[in-house]
Design a binder for this molecule. Structure first.
Ligand SMILES: NC(=O)c1ccc[n+]([C@@H]2O[C@H](COP(=O)([O-])OP(=O)(O)OC[C@H]3O[C@@H](n4cnc5c(N)ncnc54)[C@H](O)[C@@H]3O)[C@@H](O)[C@H]2O)c1
Ligand SMILES: [Fe+2]
Length: 391
């Protein structure tokens, strides 16, 4: 592991109860007067666009067009349709309202508007810095992916069966507006699943070869917020304090992992998504404890330090140092069981409906996933298969 590092978060964060009131002012500062809203059907049906309309009603900001049918996994066809809509309605800025799917689609729109020659499904072309981009403000409505602060967009081409993680310094939004009213409508099952994604980002950010003191601090703050708020957000979705805690946690976890990257849990989780189409958060919930246990000999000390943000100081002090790593694994299993009982979150591959005959294919591609590179302990397809069987 190197002791030199870079840490970067170019996104302005506006967070808190009624943060939406600042939306029009943020666009004004960025020079945006007429926005296209990028969202999906679930968000629209939850009535969240009414809150946006109310928030900008008394301002100079105009809503030029609304695209409210982003499908899951941000297909490139949706990106191209929104680019056309933006041009037809003379928009000059973009607002994404949604989870990772809507936010990543809007990031794709921003890149295409800056440079129409870019082929989004050509990863290398997107890696370079593109021409100046139009203002992009995002309002996350799930507390999970952290996409509101990352340089990545996961864009798919369902026709060709491809899902790519595009990374570019031009990708991050200008501003993320985090208002707990926007996640209050997320059903318990999705709250649990996306919350486990955020927890996995924070935990893995502290364990990989690119970990660093700043991402450690940011990730520890995220873990504390998740252990203090996730169960309550699942149990009582209208509790805005718990929702705000989770929304801040997901953003902190996003900042941490976009700097120090994720590791083997995501490598296997991405592979489960690719082969078995398992929702990402469910895959994280199923994989996290068993994969950490497999890595315990290489990461035990760092993992043990995470007991402090997960527990109270007394439990941390009373747990012998050599047992803290395993205690963290147990804490995650306990949290997961509570979420399972409250919301039906699957915690085994069987519960998630994944058949055993797919396991070899998942194991085969796991060590080749980009996240595997950052794992401290090198692992093979045979190792991945053994862990998958435990799940
Ligand atoms: N860019 C990144 O850094 C990054 C990181 C991780 C994952 N991702 C990508 O993000 C996507 C997943 O995003 P996600 O987990 O946020 O889910 P999502 O955006 O796909 O949304 C899941 C479902 O929840 C509904 N929903 C969202 N917010 C709601 C609300 N407040 N009330 C009611 N319903 C609501 C949506 O309509 C949708 O049906 C995947 O494509 C994944 O690959 C991106
Ligand atoms: Fe994730």
């Amino acid at each position: 592991m190197s002791n030199s590092y870079r840490f970067h978060c170019p996104v302005k964060i506006v967070s808190g109860e009624n943060a939406l009131d600042k939306l029009a002012g943020e666009f004004k500062q960025l020079g945006g007067k007429r926005i296209v809203i990028v969202t999906d059907q679930g968000v629209a049906k939850a009535g969240l666009l009414d809150l946006i309309q109310d928030a900008v009603a008394e301002s100079d900001l105009a809503i030029g067009a609304v695209y409210d049918r982003v499908p899951p996994d941000s297909p490139v066809s949706a990106v191209l349709e929104i680019v056309e809509l933006y041009k037809q309605h003379d928009c000059d800025a973009i607002l994404a309202v949604g989870g990772g799917s809507a936010i990543d689609t809007a990031k794709g729109v921003k890149i295409k508007l800056a440079d129409d020659d870019i082929d989004l499904m050509n990863f290398k072309a997107v890696l370079r810095m593109v021409k100046p981009t139009r203002p992009l403000v995002v309002i996350p409505t799930t507390a999970g992916t952290g996409s509101e602060v990352t340089s990545a967009a996961v864009i798919s081409d369902p026709g060709k069966g491809i899902k790519l993680s595009l990374i570019s310094p031009s990708m991050p939004p200008n501003t993320a507006v985090i208002d707990p009213r926007m996640t209050a409508t997320l059903p318990p099952r999705l709250t649990a699943s996306t919350g486990m994604d955020a927890l996995t980002h924070a935990v893995e950010a502290c364990l990989g070869i690119q970990k660093n003191p700043i991402s450690d601090a940011v990730a520890a703050a995220a873990i504390r917020l998740i252990f203090n708020n996730l169960v309550e957000a699942v149990r009582n979705g209208k509790n805005l304090q718990a929702r705000l805690g989770m929304a801040n946690a997901a953003t902190l976890a996003g900042i941490a992992f976009s700097n120090s990257m994720v590791t083997m849990v995501h490598a296997i989780g991405h592979s489960l998504g690719a082969v078995c189409h398992l929702p990402h958060g469910d895959a994280m919930a199923i994989c996290l404890p068993d994969v950490l246990e497999f890595n315990l000999d290489a990461i035990g000390q760092e993992l043990g330090e995470l007991l402090l943000p997960m527990a109270d100081a007394t439990e941390y002090v009373q747990t012998p140092e050599s047992q803290r790593g395993m205690r963290v694994v147990e804490k995650i299993r306990e949290l997961r069981k509570t979420l399972h009982d409250l919301s039906g979150l699957p915690i085994t591959l069987k519960e998630a409906g994944v058949s055993e005959d797919k396991m070899s294919a998942v194991a085969e591609i796991s060590p080749k996933d980009g996240a595997a590179f950052y794992n401290r302990k090198k692992f093979t397809a045979v190792d991945a298969l053994a862990v998958l069987k435990k799940m």
